[in-house]
Ligand binder design. Structure first.
Ligand code: DLL
Length: 435
């Protein structure tokens, strides 16, 4: 596939030049934060570090970490590094636990964020000939605004749909011949399902590519979405704390996501000791914003478990790659002492011929963990014969036991009874409240 770059010079820069650029930006950024963010200055002072100690990117490890707890402590304005007069926008997380994260942007911050999203769209083959349907949520969530801005920069005709109202999504997609779809992978799967129900075959759908992220999804799920929509599906990663989507994006090689490392420097650390791990090690992903102005987090611990790689990429980009996040240090469930990732359950479901419409319910009864997985049958799997359902449940439970090492109670439920998500799917209900 011929490569489209949005900012070729940066995306294909030599490693030496990139290090030099990162070092120059870091030195400036540390000074900016030290002078303007008393909260972080205190952390630096506690560690005995001053801006003079940071002469290049090799000195990054000397700086203190920031975590979600710091964001909560400093909420809402304590990590702001620019006067309010220079800030033009906030975005925020859904904040289901504790206080929400509120991130601030200057116009330059929005500009660099949209550039990152434009790189992602072009890496997925997008050009100004495309019609880009943005079905991520708009508003406080970063998905809609980020991809909307990137789509404008590429020059696509942008359909600012936001999420939800699937009938309308499909009508616009078909009437306007949308060629690129941006939304969460679970919503893409649902749109595919609905199109099928309406009698469309993949070759009747005008889409050619999808840019899906904001939640974990497996390779099996990717293949399912690609088949149902007749597209190539690209992963995109990001988090509100660093800007939003576009911190990293997939190219046509699809062996990991290129990190926009001229803006976000990535490290992998041991989550227990904080020690920086060598390239190729699995650990917690940490980002440093090298040139954001309003909300420049240094060494922010994402809690995403990941691996970085500098292997040469056939797309020509030299930007370091991150693997698909392999879970979070905080969403990993420990059930009866066993580590369980929702993505493992999803893999089993897809391998066994089920759709990834499921919910994990964990509870603790008399000091014992209970572990239930509710799985939706598709209309052609549906039966009301109890004996057949019991056999299917048993076989699925065995497959999960083989993958996880522990036995869940599997309940098959009727088609369309697990709530569909228009944003991030709620996969886990943990009633144990262990912390
Ligand atoms: O989810 C930003 C985003 C919007 C990314 C649209 C991609 C597309 P938050 O709501 O702050 O931001 O959630 C960030 O979501 O730390 C990961 O755990 C998870 N996440 C994001 N992208 C992916 C992905 C947006 N591609 C958190 N694969 C991150 C797996 C992802 N997990």
């Amino acid at each position: 596939m011929a490569q489209n770059y949005y900012q070729k010079e940066i995306e294909t820069m030599s490693r030496e030049e990139m290090r030099k650029l990162q070092s120059e930006k870091l030195v400036k950024q540390v000074k900016h934060v030290y002078e303007n963010v008393p909260y972080y200055r205190n952390l630096m002072e506690e560690k005995g570090v001053t801006p003079a100690d940071i002469q290049s990117i090799d000195d990054l490890h000397k700086l203190p970490f920031l975590s979600k707890a710091d964001l909560r402590d400093a909420y809402p304005y304590g990590l702001l590094a620019k006067p309010l007069a220079d800030c033009v926008r906030i975005q925020s997380t859904s904040g289901t636990t504790g206080r929400r994260v509120v991130a601030f942007y200057t116009q330059n911050d929005i500009n660099l964020w949209e550039d990152c999203c434009a790189r992602a769209i072009m890496a997925a083959g997008g050009t100004n000939e495309d019609v880009c349907q943005v079905a991520y949520g708009y508003g406080l969530f970063t998905g809609g605004p980020g991809l909307n801005g990137g789509s404008h920069k590429v020059g696509c005709l942008t359909l600012p749909m936001s999420s939800g109202n699937t009938e309308r999504q499909i009508q616009f997609m078909m009437d306007l011949n949308a060629t690129i779809l941006c939304c969460t992978p679970s919503y893409a799967a649902y749109i595919g399902e609905t199109l099928k129900e309406q009698g469309y075959t993949p070759d009747q759908i005008p889409l050619k590519a999808g840019i899906f992220g904001a939640e974990p999804w497996t390779e099996e799920m990717r293949r399912g979405i690609e088949a149902s929509l007749g597209i190539k599906a690209y992963d995109i990663y990001g988090l509100t704390e660093t800007t939003g989507p576009g911190v990293a994006f997939e190219c046509s090689e699809q062996t990991g996501m290129h990190v926009n490392e001229d803006h976000f420097f990535a490290e992998i650390i041991d989550p227990d000791t904080g020690e920086v791990l060598p390239e190729g090690s699995k650990g917690e992903l940490v980002f440093t914003s090298l040139d954001k102005e309003a909300f420049p987090l240094l060494r922010y611990r994402t809690r995403d478990i990941c691996v970085l790689s500098r292997e040469k990429c056939s797309c020509g980009r030299t930007l370091i790659k991150m693997a698909k996040p392999m879970g979070r240090t905080d969403d990993m469930l420990i059930i009866r002492g066993v580590n369980v990732f929702p993505s493992q359950i999803e893999t089993v479901l897809l391998n066994e011929g089920y759709q990834p419409n499921y919910q994990i319910v964990v509870d603790r009864v008399r000091n014992n963990d209970t572990f239930e997985v509710n799985v939706e049958m598709s209309p052609d799997q549906f039966t009301d014969k109890v004996s057949e359902i019991l056999t299917m449940e048993k076989s699925l439970a065995n497959a999960m036991k083989a993958m996880l090492g522990i036995n869940p109670a599997v309940h098959l439920v009727a088609p369309k009874t697990i709530a569909r998500s228009e944003g991030k799917a709620v996969r886990v209900i943990d009633k144990r409240k262990l912390i």
